[in-house]
Design a protein. Structure first.
Length: 104
């Protein structure tokens, strides 16, 4: 089973401590990490900039990612977090234990 499949099978009691729940879920996700490297948000933004350069412009990149031009501008300026849909398009997933990311 993959870590995601394991997590989908867990039934948490409504009174479960959210910190403990998060720690257990993060540990399960790390078990399936396959030693993939993690990196910080700056590296994510570098990947986004490479995507923009490859697309030819920020407007073209935004269209390819299915987001608006102003939203793309906000992400690039660091005013908005990079949404999961953009992370997936960049081949990245967010690591929940910290503000770290890794290759899919």
């Amino acid at each position: 089973m993959t870590p995601s499949e394991i997590l989908s099978k867990i039934s948490w009691d409504a009174g479960a401590d959210p910190v403990t729940r998060q720690a257990v879920e993060d540990a399960i996700l790390r078990l399936g990490g396959g030693n993939r490297p993690t990196f910080d948000s700056m590296t994510v933004h570098h990947r986004l900039e490479k995507f923009v350069a490859h697309a030819g412009s920020a407007n073209k990149a935004a269209a390819k990612l299915g987001i608006g031009k102003s939203f793309m501008c906000d992400i690039r300026a660091g005013n908005r977090p990079v949404p999961d849909s953009v992370l997936r398009a960049l081949g990245i997933e967010k690591v929940r234990s910290k503000d770290l990311f890794r290759d899919l």
